[in-house]
Ligand binder design. Structure first.
Ligand code: AVJ
Length: 320
């Protein structure tokens, strides 16, 4: 049933995106099974510093993070939005369990498969941990959690996933996060920071070809799931970085005049030579902007946890 709902959502979003001018596709659809596997490859590239930085933050500062999220050692609910494989979170989970801190872990993910694997691995690695995995849209799930004001919530949104949002989407996301939080609840959000453009470009543009494959896989997915006939030889991948806005933008560019049929939409789309499809944004932030974002949404910044090179920050906020 879920599959059906997702499919029709993919169809509607694809119709909307490819009928727009300029054309776009939504980055949330990168993560089918093949795309998730390619993203694992991206995370393993030495040039993709984001994962290493956040891993370093969690490894080196787990004591400080634990202390800051639960100074009173009261029972709390650790909620993670888009938990995925939970690799970095496990460092924190292990530490909290070792410290004898009482909490429940609620990973929320759109992928039932990812959730199942996470729960299975936690059963083995941390058998005493209380886990309540939830599959589905995280705003729906968060809404349900708001009612339970008896337990403080700590909400994790890691990995610079927030960077995918436009300015409007960021406002929408943080407004809802704020609305579903009670005073005293906390959120820990991973932001990638502005840095030398050369370093950023190395991470996205594209030393091993993984990012290109990641983007083209979106078209392959449309071929399979929407009965489309994209010829991936006829699209080139390109990334730009704008240091004013902090936005990395990823494009697939048609290298010829062509038409593409999408069976499930019963439609044909024309691409002119060198026309671009906007595929993804990955926004880079500065600390000042992060603090303004927090205040604008009724949070105060409790503490910023950065890596040694100051490339990345996990920013801890409290609802006021
Ligand atoms: C998973 C959204 C954090 O934007 O850096 C990596 C996805 N895209 N390389 C990012 C991605 C191209 C990644 N996020």
């Amino acid at each position: 049933m879920d599959q059906q709902v997702l499919l029709s959502e993919l169809a509607t979003d694809t119709l909307k995106g490819l009928s727009s001018n300029p054309k776009y596709l939504l980055s949330k659809y990168f993560y089918d099974d093949a795309g998730s596997a390619i993203f694992q490859e991206i995370m393993k590239m030495p040039e993709y510093y984001l994962t290493d930085c956040e891993h370093e933050i969690f490894s080196n500062q787990k004591e400080e993070i634990s202390q800051a999220i639960c100074p009173e050692k009261k029972l709390f609910n650790l909620v993670e939005l888009g938990s995925g494989d939970g690799l970095k979170t496990k460092i924190l989970l292990k530490h909290l369990v070792e410290e004898g801190i009482h909490f429940q872990y609620t990973p929320i993910d759109i992928s039932a498969k990812a959730n199942h694997e996470l729960v299975q691995s936690l059963k083995k690695e941390l058998p005493d941990l209380q886990v309540e995995a939830q599959t589905g849209d995280y705003f729906q799930k968060l809404k349900n959690l708001k009612g339970d004001a008896s337990m403080q919530k700590i909400i994790l949104f890691l990995g610079s996933n927030i960077g995918n949002f436009s300015v409007d989407e960021t406002t929408e996301f943080l407004s809802r996060l704020s609305a579903y939080s009670n005073v005293g609840d906390k959120v820990l959000i991973g932001f990638d920071l502005k840095k030398s453009p050369a370093i950023i470009m190395e991470a996205y543009n594209d030393p091993h070809g993984h990012t290109c494959r990641f983007n083209l896989n979106h078209l392959v997915r449309l071929n399979r799931e929407l009965d489309a006939d994209f010829d991936i030889q006829r699209f080139e991948h390109q990334t730009t970085y704008n240091p004013l806005t902090g936005e990395v933008k990823s494009f697939l560019i048609s290298n010829s005049d062509q038409t593409v049929q999408i069976g499930a939409l019963e439609k044909t789309f024309r691409f002119t030579k060198w026309e671009a499809i906007f595929m993804e944004r990955s926004r880079k932030y500065d600390i000042q902007t992060i603090e303004t974002l927090a205040l604008n949404h009724h949070f105060k910044v409790v503490q910023n946890f950065t890596d040694q090179r100051n490339y990345f920050v996990d920013s801890l906020w409290e609802k006021i």
